[in-house]
Write a protein that binds this ligand. Structure first.
Ligand code: SF4
Length: 329
């Protein structure tokens, strides 16, 4: 079902005359890595290698590929500007087709008049059809364009809901096409509007409003705990699309101005074991905001996003809570 266009990859490798190519895949496609490698080896003259480290998104693009291969094939994600400028990197998105007509009609019954449409990269191709159906049901449908972290109108990332923000003032609710809570929660947090999720494969329709409220309660508790912290580890990630060093320096300055201790930890793979040696009262994560928001229970000390740290340090109030998005203006 999630079948990348292998012929297109092989033809690109052959056309460019590469002698070697590295293939980077998200975790969900790794079980197909050997088959993909076999196909590309048999249909090109290039040596194919599989990059085995975890890959979470285009934010995790293996920019050092030239040390090992002439070219890089990155599967499953769209580029984060300016990654598309490198002619030796091929981004192959994996699109999923599904018959969504009945499910969208059902969703229309639960939606107000003016709706924004959103989707993950796998399902952005379904947005025009969903729009057509909703409009035939009398809805006004808007599909917003995001910033340069976003490749397609309506596309959302777990760290960027700018396509939703761009139409937030004109719609009453959003319909999101995709699976799981990860991406729609970002948009639900950020827009503060009703967010209905339609799973194109199962046809299930549900709201993420409860999940958002549950998450907000947990974030409130983490912020409260961090208010008494005297020492902070501020995490900077070396992944190309997660490096927010300037923001880290800014928050370190604020921590120190309050007479508290701040340490900068520069790291590639963030996890409880990697942070275990650092005995601080709280962590501030400037990398992927979802590490703090979704995985905080895995850490022994509060793990805050940048915007949450502002509240813990007293620069902002709880009612000014904002989702910590990574933007590429
Ligand atoms: S949500 Fe996290 S993993 Fe996904 S693109 Fe954003 S920074 Fe990368």
């Amino acid at each position: 079902m999630f079948e990348p266009n292998l012929d297109a990859i092989a033809s690109w490798i052959r056309g460019k005359g590469y002698r070697s190519a590295a293939v980077q895949l998200p975790e969900g496609l790794k079980m197909d890595a050997l088959r993909i490698s076999d196909f590309l080896s048999n249909s090109t003259d290039a040596e194919i290698m599989i990059l085995g480290d975890p890959c979470y998104g285009a934010c995790d693009l293996f920019v050092d590929y030239k040390r090992y291969a002439d070219a890089l094939v990155h599967l499953g994600h769209s580029p984060i500007h300016p990654q598309e400028d490198d002619g030796d990197v091929l981004f192959i998105e994996v699109r999923v087709d599904a018959d969504i007509d009945d499910a969208v009609m059902k969703a229309a019954e639960r939606l107000p008049k003016r709706i924004g449409l959103l989707a993950t990269i796998q399902y952005v191709g379904l947005i025009p059809r969903a729009k057509e159906i909703l409009e035939s049901a009398g809805k006004e449908v808007l599909v917003g364009s995001g910033d340069r972290r976003i490749s397609y109108p309506g596309q959302v990332l777990g760290c960027n809901f700018s396509s939703a923000s761009s139409v937030n003032g004109e719609v009453e609710a959003f319909l999101y096409l995709g699976e799981g809570d990860f991406h729609p929660l970002a948009a639900a947090f950020g827009t503060k509007k009703e967010m209905l999720v339609l799973d194109p494969l199962s046809g299930e329709i549900r709201s993420v409003d409860e999940a958002r409220d549950r998450m907000l309660r947990k974030r409130f508790a983490a912020i409260e705990k961090a208010k008494t912290a005297e020492s902070f580890a501020v995490i900077v990630c070396t992944k190309t699309g997660q490096d927010r060093s300037a923001a880290a320096d800014d928050i370190i300055k604020k921590i120190k101005e309050r007479g508290k201790k701040a340490y900068k930890i520069v790291i590639n793979e963030i996890g409880p074991d990697a942070l275990l040696p650092y005995k601080v009262d709280a962590f501030i994560n400037t990398a992927c905001p979802r590490i703090a928001i979704d995985d905080s229970a895995r850490y022994p000390k509060p793990m805050l996003t940048l915007t949450e740290a502002e509240i813990a340090l007293g620069s902002k109030e709880w009612d000014e809570y904002e989702f910590d998005s990574i933007t590429n203006p």
